[in-house]
Design a protein around this ligand. Structure first.
Ligand SMILES: C[S@@+](CC[C@H](N)C(=O)[O-])C[C@H]1O[C@@H](n2cnc3c(N)ncnc32)[C@H](O)[C@@H]1O
Ligand code: SF4
Length: 445
């Protein structure tokens, strides 16, 4: 009976809540005019985070759900970098101050596709408009297959101090099934190169729920990962949406674990890393106990943004590059995803904003409740949403209370310890945009 219940909630299609509202609910209500006024309104010396989206890869992995395209020719990447530089200066012209950058994150795609002069030009352009804080966290997502000793020296020279390596899985059969051949020796070389260049903070990105994975193969993957002692591990559940992502149609549906197996796999991963001495951070994330992410989780300062769990508490994020999302107190603004259209916009001197969401007070209240649930597994409605009528939400929570997934006492909604993995369906109850619309999302676990 208990298993039936878990199966039901774990197989629901719900967002990951890296923002509220989620990007799926953005609309064309947000225009370059909004983006411009949000940039202009930033206070002098305000602390901000920056995100740079590099949308290219040398080849596409079957499982990939990111905004990424193949670039086989170098001139394609060169032209993109020109457009990115144009966008940085364009955004700079809309600022009325020099914000201080606390976090800078390169994502993609594969940022390591860039060469030394391209990195240098982009950083120089950013420094024209922003002050980099002395302790700025400068993080980059790297495909281990591209992490040469030369690249790590370039990154270290640019001040990069944290690297996320896409490891995914170390099992050769799983790697074949996901179109990502990457022997463990390559991961080892990448880690050695990073540490050799002085980039000591290392994250590993892995995925469960992939074709051919079993509890046993995952146990072995966890053992292999442990040898490298990464500071942080993100172990995502595979988001399989082949109707949206043509590359995922190369994945054999029949080889995918079902909802039960995924739930069991997530439990194996949790068990392994907690046994190895890692602290569990929210869902799907782990960190060494002295890592700043674990410290902020213990101190109740954990946050969640488009990169997942973070200790970054800047309320403002400015995104550059196609599909990137900016976040301001006033709302979210997402750039055009189409790389060509993005380039045309910035070359014509237009901000590349295409859509977003203007935050209303009621969105901010729900965002606070959802963030508290996702980060702390509980939300005190009397503190976060005093006076808000949540009677519909309470009615929707009733079956989950009866199933022992959640409790509600004195206005505090709290997940049961053993059922924390089911936080996404609980968060979705407080999502005004989700009522009767759960299409286009992946499994809750
Ligand atoms: C932008 S990608 C990684 C950077 C780099 N290109 C690489 O592949 O190593 C960020 C991470 O998202 C995760 N990811 C990508 N597609 C996913 C999917 N469909 N479901 C779950 N996680 C996914 C992978 O772990 C990947 O390493
Ligand atoms: S996982 Fe990384 S390398 Fe593979 S397609 Fe996605 S962004 Fe590119």
């Amino acid at each position: 009976m208990q298993e039936e219940i878990v199966r039901h909630y774990a197989s629901l299609a719900v967002p990951r809540y890296t923002s509220y509202p989620t990007a799926a609910d953005f609309t064309p209500q947000v225009t370059p005019t909004h983006m411009s006024s949000w940039l202009r309104q930033l206070a002098p010396q305000e602390a901000v985070s920056l995100y740079l989206h590099i949308p290219y890869c040398r080849q596409l992995c079957h499982y990939c759900g990111c905004h990424a395209k193949v670039a086989r020719r170098d001139d394609v990447i060169d032209n993109f970098v020109q457009d990115l530089l144009t966008e940085i200066h364009l955004v700079g012209q809309h600022l009325s101050s020099r914000p201080q950058v606390k976090h800078l994150h390169w994502g993609g795609g594969t940022p390591s596709i860039l060469h030394a002069q391209q990195f240098e030009k982009i950083i120089t352009a950013l420094r024209e408009h922003f002050d980099f804080a002395p302790q700025m966290e400068h993080a980059i997502e790297l495909d281990p297959r591209t992490v040469t000793a030369e690249l790590t020296k370039v990154l270290a020279a640019q001040g990069v101090n944290r690297a996320s390596l896409g490891v995914q899985d170390v099992d050769p059969e799983v790697q074949k099934a996901i179109g990502r051949l990457q022997p463990l020796s390559i991961v080892k070389q990448a880690v050695d190169n990073l540490r050799g260049a002085g980039i000591e903070r290392i994250n590993f990105d892995l995925i469960y729920g992939l074709p051919l994975q079993t509890e046993e193969t995952l146990r072995q993957t966890c053992q292999s990962v442990r040898e490298f002692a990464p500071d942080r591990i993100a172990f995502y559940g595979y988001a399989h949406l082949p109707q949206r992502r043509a590359n995922q149609r190369l994945i054999d549906n029949a080889a995918l674990p079902d909802a039960d197996a995924r739930y069991a796999q997530a439990a194996v991963v949790r068990q392994c890393f907690t046994d190895f001495g890692y602290e569990e951070i929210g869902i799907d994330h782990f960190a060494l106990t002295d890592d700043p992410l674990a410290v902020s989780a213990r101190e109740g300062r954990l946050n969640r943004n488009f990169q997942g769990y973070t200790d970054d508490n800047c309320p403002t994020l400015i995104g550059f590059g196609p599909s990137s999302i900016s976040q301001f107190w006033g709302g979210f603004a997402q750039n055009i995803s189409d790389i060509k259209q993005y380039g045309i916009a910035v070359r014509e001197g237009r901000l590349a904003t295409l859509r977003g969401h203007i935050m209303r007070d009621r969105d901010r209240t729900r965002a606070d409740v959802i963030l508290a649930l996702m980060c702390n597994f509980q939300a005190d409605l009397n503190k976060l949403a005093l006076g808000v009528d949540f009677s519909d939400e309470m009615a929707l929570l009733r079956p989950l209370i009866a199933d022992g997934i959640v409790t509600v006492r004195d206005g505090i909604v709290a997940m049961s310890r053993q059922r924390r993995q089911l936080i996404r369906p609980v968060a979705a109850i407080f999502d005004e945009f989700r009522r009767g619309n759960v299409h286009g999302f992946s499994f809750a676990v």
